[in-house]
Design a protein around this ligand. Sequence first.
Ligand code: F6P
Length: 538
Amino acid sequence: MMKNINPTHTAAWQKLQSHYSDIKDIHLRELFGNSSRASEFTIAWKDFYVDYSKNRLDATTKSLLIDLANEVDLKGAMQSYFSGDKINGTEDRAVLHTALRDEKESAFAKAEVSKVKASIKTFTDAIITGKHTGATGKQITDVVNIGIGGSDLGPVMVVEALQFYKNHLNVHFISNVDGDHVAETIKNLNPETTLFVIVSKTFTTQETLSNATTVREWFVEHLNEEAVASHFVAVSTNLEAIADFGIASENVFPMWNWVGGRFSLWSSVGLSIALAVGYDHFEELLTGAYEMDVHFKETPFEDNIPVITALLSVWYNNFFGAETEAIIPYTQYLHRLPAYLQQAIMESNGKSVDRNGERVTYETGNIIWGEPGTNSQHAFFQLIHQGTKLIPADFIGFKKSLHGKEDHHDKLMANFFAQTEALMNGKTADEVAWEMAGSTLSRKRIEQLTPFKVFEGNKPTTTILIDQLTPKSLGALIAMYEHKIFVQGVVWNIYSYDQWGVELGKQLAKQVLSDFQNVEKSQHDVSTKSLLNHYKNS
Ligand code: F6P
């Protein structure tokens, strides 16, 4: 079982605090005086090369952070995580998305998982090959995933990421309850050749049920009620609600309560992924994640990618006071990765009550944001380079492109390497003045301009360089972040696998919806009430 240890009460935390005072003003340029630094702070594992040497740490920092992990009993917590203890304490559930990709015979619920995987394979093969046709005998050309949060972000991120591996099926995603999203998506679809996959773990989510209802009505208007069976499938744990919605049990792909929504792309929730890239690629995605699970479970903390990256994140969050972290993938294929990680990381670790039910006295979950490089360089990098905030960033890049155009890839990767070097070194006033000395500018003008052109540098980055973007390496990358989330939650002594914070807004939205009928009688504050009046009376 997990031990509920306040991290600030550990000896390592105290030592890290005084160590922080020693190291906080040391520039990365100085730390690189140690010529073995790059090899000392790099982890090479399979096709991953993770260089974290451009971070504000030295050997003492690393060993104190590992002491911290030991003192909060990370090992024991990992044991609980992988063996299916109910580590989601407030919902009394195990957290076993890792079992979905575990190749071992002994894995949790192996038989059930295998059965569902086999049905995903059979179904996706039938759709892709055209064996399963629509009600009028036409082959399926389009797939629409209807879901939100974990029932959307993982699948859409992976489908986008694996576009290179895609087959002929056009895959669409409807998530937002905003009618524009559903209207725009269905307007060009032919119901006779479209498959709808309704994904909702609970099958109670307002957005998903509204969109699914709208789509079903549109479908029945164009075809008929009997045709629904050949065009609608559902993924859920709530079999009763699916039946009420009118989807036959043979069209249901089950999932389980021990799989959290934001960690569910490995389950039937990944059906649209398997449809888009074929079942074999889906399996490879799972294999990559499994390999990362094994790395995480079996590698000493010193060389353990999720452990080290999580501890670095704690280091910045709790000692440097960094509030945000940027994720910058250097491939357009990963353009939805930051959005996916926003849910995975912020819904997991955005908590302020510890596992003892006490208000925490230290910072927890970081704010995650990002966009692909090089576009982000032309947008917000100014602030990372010269703003007042410390923003640790993950740079994710690939040695080989999938398109094979070396010229493009070299340009992309030159930016990838240049940015982390620039962020680390910065540019001193002397360097700036030296650079301008050869220009036609007067000495006075050079003096005036120098402060604006100085880059302090000392901005931390972690470089994650992977051989190539494949289903397998993508699986490993996602699993790396999943375990990083877990480690941080253990250190912060919080429950990472519930999400009570989304409930209040959901409840109130239901109330507001019914109050639209009679705003005057409703019980809201004066601001909300006048807004409702303004909305309804305009
Ligand atoms: O927004 C909260 C949440 O419960 C997420 O955790 C989840 O991924 C999403 O809603 C969708 O839930 P469901 O799959 O049950 O529709």
